[in-house]
Design a protein around this ligand. Structure first.
Ligand SMILES: [Zn+2]
Ligand SMILES: [Zn+2]
Length: 317
């Protein structure tokens, strides 16, 4: 078994102690310890990540990359791949706090308009009773008192803690609650097993995404994935409904948003209107895509992603 050098350990240590890191920060740490720039030494960088993951897998951890769906930036983090919430959150959060968190995640991930957030008001009104394990949920008496007695101020305090720990985030105006980078990194398999529709381009869950502007079509694509497509051509046909998806508009919207410095919020009216009747769509090819998807995301700034985007673009046209 290949053992890891101090360089590998430094990279792991940085991600564990400093939480998920933006790609730029992680790359500069990599350059600091290896003297190589991941941009020029892509193969060496990937080899380090593979070696690290081979060792981490023995203790059910994984070094992952994913995009922050709210700003499109790539982040790296080490996640616990054991799927019970207790092992992820239990050392810091109580059982009702975890139930509250799960309720929020579900509400955000299952939003049919893929806005990627719920209002602070809706978050505070999440009912913990719905998070009781299924055998008990039929009977009100079996709802633990700690759930029933979980107060508004406890919820408010828990929201603040979850935001501080990057499990949740507050949108720019501070009124809405979205998923934090830790959740985006951590919940990949949860998104799949809970039928959160994937982005047509990159196959990652489309929590915060644009929906096909055509009424009745459920195809969704991340804004940053659309942007990649629109940089290649002005208009494409949606692979779901076969109708045009005016990508030129995305570039225009982006420009306006950048000018307003408000890229987190406010979808266009067209989108809001066309989204009301959307239904959740169970993705085809989900399983076959999972491996490719996780590999691509580990190499997200690399040629792998570019190739995939190009391939999907061809598919869309
Ligand atoms: Zn995408
Ligand atoms: Zn469509």
């Amino acid at each position: 078994m290949a053992s890891l050098s101090w360089k590998h350990h430094t990279l792991i240590q940085a991600l564990i102690s400093r939480g998920p890191l933006k790609e730029k920060e992680f790359h500069s740490i990599f350059t600091g310890v290896t003297g190589r720039n991941p941009g020029d030494a892509k193969k060496i960088f990937d080899k380090y990540l593979l070696e690290i993951n081979k060792e981490l897998s023995y203790v059910h951890f994984e070094l992952r990359a994913c995009r922050d769906q709210y700003d499109g930036h790539v982040c790296y983090g080490v996640v616990n791949t054991v799927s019970d919430d207790q092992s992820k959150l239990g050392t810091k959060y109580s059982v009702p706090q975890i139930a509250f968190f799960k309720g929020i995640i579900e509400a955000i991930a299952h939003d049919e308009a893929a806005q990627g957030c719920i209002s602070g008001f809706d978050a505070l009104n999440i009912r913990l009773e719905n998070q009781v394990p299924s055998e008990a949920s039929s009977s009100q008496q079996q709802v633990p008192p700690a759930f029933r007695n979980f107060s508004m101020s406890q919820k408010d305090k828990t929201l603040d803690e979850l935001v501080k720990d990057n499990w949740l985030c507050r949108t720019r105006d501070g009124n809405n609650i979205g998923l934090g980078i830790r959740s985006l990194l951590d919940l990949r398999s949860w998104f799949r097993s809970n039928d959160v529709p994937s982005c047509e381009v990159c196959n990652e869950a489309g929590v915060k995404a644009d929906l096909c502007p055509n009424e009745g079509c459920t195809v969704r694509i991340h804004k940053y994935c659309l942007k990649n497509l629109s940089s290649q051509r002005d208009d494409r046909v949606c692979s779901g409904c076969g109708k045009p998806w005016p990508l030129g508009r995305v570039a225009k919207e982006e420009a306006v948003e950048a000018a307003l410095n408000d890229d987190d919020e406010e979808e266009t009216d067209t989108q809001a209107t066309s989204l009301r009747s959307k239904k959740r769509k169970i993705r085809r090819h989900r399983d076959s895509a999972e491996n490719v998807s996780s590999q691509a995301s580990l190499a997200s700034s690399s040629g792998i992603t570019r190739r995939r985007v190009t391939r999907s673009a061809a598919h869309l046209s």
